[in-house]
Structures are given as C-alpha cells and as structure tokens.
Design a protein around this ligand. Structure first.
Ligand code: ADP
Ligand code: MG
Length: 378
C-alpha cells in the first residue's frame, strides 16, 4: 500500500512543503559564505530543510556542500574521524581520488578503501599513525581542500548538540572556532535540537561559538500550508477530508511537523472514503498507542514533583510560586520551582525559552493528559 504521508526521515520533493523564507535565507548564506546556526526542537524539519538547500545548489560546480551527521558521535576521536572521512569523500567526485586526497591533506592518517556488502559500496577507512589525532589538522581540512581545488565549501554539521557528549566539549568548541574563524573559502552551518544547550553555546559571551554567524530558530509551518497539503494527499489517493478536520489534525498536534504527518497518516488509514470525527478520534488513539512505550519510559525518569508540576501546568497553572499552587500541587518551596523547570528543560520535556512555556512534544502532552493523569483532553 502506498501511504500518502511521510515521517520519521528527511522529506524531499513534493513532501517538503513551504519553508520558502528559510530556504532562501540559507541558500544566500551558503552562496555568500555566511556561517549559520540553526536550532529547533527535534523533528521540526532542520535536516529536511538543509538537504533541500543542498539539492537546490547541486548544479553549482564551484560550491561543494558537505553534510556531516553527528548522531552517532560520542567521543572526540569519533568526531575527528567522521569529519575527516566525510570531508574527503564529499569533496571528491569519485572514490578513486580518496587515497590521494588523504595523502595530500592529512599527514597523520593512512587511508584504505574497503568495499562492503551488500552492494559493494566503497567506504573510506583511516588508520591513524599516532594515537592522538591532531584536531587542528582535521578542522583545517575543508579550507585546505577548498584552496587547493579553487572551490567554495560549506560544511553542514547535523545533530551538533552531540558535541556535549565529548569529554571536554568546550575545548572541542575552542579548537573548531579558532580554526574556522580564519577560513575564507569555507563556511559552516551548525544545527541541532537541544535548544537550551545550543542557545547557550551560541549566545553566551564566554563560549567559543559566540557570534560565530547567523542564528536561526526554525519556526513551525503554518496551518494554511498543512491544510492544503493534507487535503491534497487525501484527494490524490481517492479519499476526502474537510478543511475543518484537516485543521483539527494540525491543531491537535500543535503544528508539530512530524506529528502532523504521522497523525494524518493514522487518520488516512482509519478512513474508507471520507474522514469523520470518529476516524479522527480513532487516529489519535492509534497515535497515542504507538508512542505509549516510549512515553512510559520518559515518565519513569521524572520525579514526583516534576510530575506534579506537569499536572499543574496541564490544569492551566502558570503562576507557580503562589503559596496556594505550591501546596495544592505538592511542589515544595518556591525555590524548588526553578530546579523543576531546569530539570524538565534538560530532559527535553518542557521548553521555557519562549514567553509561553510549552511541552516540547505535543503528543506526549496529549498522552500524559489522557493516559497517565487520566484527565480529559485540553
Ligand atoms: N517542510 C516540511 N514539509 C513537510 N513535512 C515536514 C517538513 N519538515 C519536516 N517535516 C516532517 O517532520 C519530520 C522530521 O523532519 P526532519 O527534517 O528529520 O526534522 P529534524 O531534523 O528537525 O529532526 C519529517 O519526517 C516530516 O514528517
Ligand atoms: Mg534532523
């Protein structure tokens, strides 16, 4: 069965909607060598956006864009190894050039090309001569290649928040910044999703990446765009949904891009010809069931005061320091509130960054309301 909605991976082509302003801005930055830092909560569409910009610039032979995903990186060695390999691979037009390229630009490594199953795809392997890889040499790599090949390079680093896993994250940032700030032919696009941590490292005066480039917070996509897309995807597959119910899908998940697609898919599956309110409710139930195991685990990691805070928040409390709230929700002293907020932010349960505090994950909010606190939906 060919399902009409896409989620859980990068979306491209017809499934990528809107983001016109962001696309244009990033494209201009990439073309003019301006560094960019892009932040949003998980699954709002950062990777898809950057990939879309990359594909729109594919015809430019004088501009090479490297895309490096740090999702599996936990140590400095892994970071340097991945960075070196990806920059070499993505700035060579064919794998035959990899070995030469490594020899020309990295003194400390011996290259090998391996061919792996199942499709005998070429992979570059680096054996390091000395145990301590020189970070300066590695972070210098894109600029050295850009100069030699007389091209411009943009290095995009996805899941940049994983730098936090390194044994000394600040030292790593210092090394990167000190090298990259002198680059003239290479620019950088750093993006990721731990909003409070990334905001901190990009905007604190004392941090190495302070004022490194354009800081962008990705916004949600407006309901008008979603409405049109949802209606069209139903029609394309011989089903129907009213504007009202399409908009209901978007509002139930608070316009969260991945969940709009995921809920629309569930509703589509629950629908024979035309979407009814029952099918929509059924779709929501299915979505909550799908997420239930993960959410149960999340809840186990919360303390009882943190849960009490969430319960109060769901009940509409916004003034947490009043004596009445503190006592009726068992929140302890008012100094406790600061700690609770910090913990909930660190656990990526809530976001207090904007004027309006909110749950990071709108489906978690639905689930904890209905299934855990057993309250009626907001
Ligand atoms: N521009 C978009 N148009 C349609 N769906 C989108 C868009 N951006 C994101 N999505 C939805 O969100 C999901 C996550 O997108 P992704 O780019 O992986 O987000 P992030 O990198 O911020 O975690 C996609 O699988 C898709 O369902
Ligand atoms: Mg991503």
């Amino acid at each position: 069965m060919n399902l009409p909605f896409e989620f859980g991976h990068i979306v491209t082509g017809n499934d990528f909607i809107n983001r016109k302003v962001e696309l244009e801005k990033l494209k201009i930055n990439f073309e003019s060598g301006v560094n960019t830092m892009l932040i949003s909560p998980r699954r709002w569409g950062k990777s898809s956006l950057v990939k879309q910009v990359i594909s729109s610039l594919q015809s430019r032979k004088d501009l090479v864009i490297c895309y490096i995903d740090l999702f599996a990186v936990r140590t400095e060695e892994e970071l340097l190894n991945l960075f070196a390999k990806e920059v070499i691979k993505q700035t060579s037009s064919k794998w035959e050039d990899w070995v030469e390229s490594v020899k020309a630009f990295i003194k400390n490594a011996a290259p090998k090309v391996a061919f792996g199953a199942p499709d005998m795809q070429a992979e570059l392997e680096l054996a390091w001569h000395s145990k301590k890889i020189d970070p300066i040499e590695i972070f210098q790599l894109p600029e050295a290649i850009a100069k030699k090949k007389k091209i411009k390079i943009v290095v995009c680093i996805d899941e940049f928040q994983n730098i936090a896993w390194l044994s000394d994250p600040v030292a790593a940032q210092k090394q990167m910044r000190s090298v990259w700030q002198n680059h003239q032919s290479t620019s950088y696009c750093l993006f990721g999703s731990k909003k409070s941590w990334l905001t901190d490292i990009f905007t604190s005066y004392s941090m190495p990446f302070y004022r490194f480039g354009d800081l962008m917070y990705l916004e949600k996509i407006s309901s008008t765009h979603w409405e049109k897309y949802i209606i069209q995807q139903f029609e394309r597959t011989g089903k129907k949904i009213s504007s009202e119910l399409a908009l209901k899908i978007t509002s139930l998940v608070q316009l969260h891009p991945q969940y709009v697609q995921q809920l629309a898919q569930k509703v589509w599956i629950c629908t024979d010809k035309e979407v009814t309110t029952e099918a929509l409710d059924h779709g929501v139930e299915e979505l909550l069931n799908t997420m239930s195991i993960a959410y149960q685990r999340d809840v186990e990691l919360l303390t009882s005061t943190q849960l009490n805070f969430l319960r109060a928040f769901i009940a509409g409390v916004r003034e947490f320091n009043s004596a009445e709230t503190l006592s009726s929700y068992h929140l302890g002293s008012s100094s406790n509130i600061v700690r609770i907020k910090k913990a909930l932010e660190q656990k990526e349960i809530m976001d207090f960054f904007n004027k309006e505090p909110a749950f990071v994950d709108p489906v978690f909010q639905l689930w904890i309301t209905k299934k855990f606190f057993k309250l009626s939906s907001p």
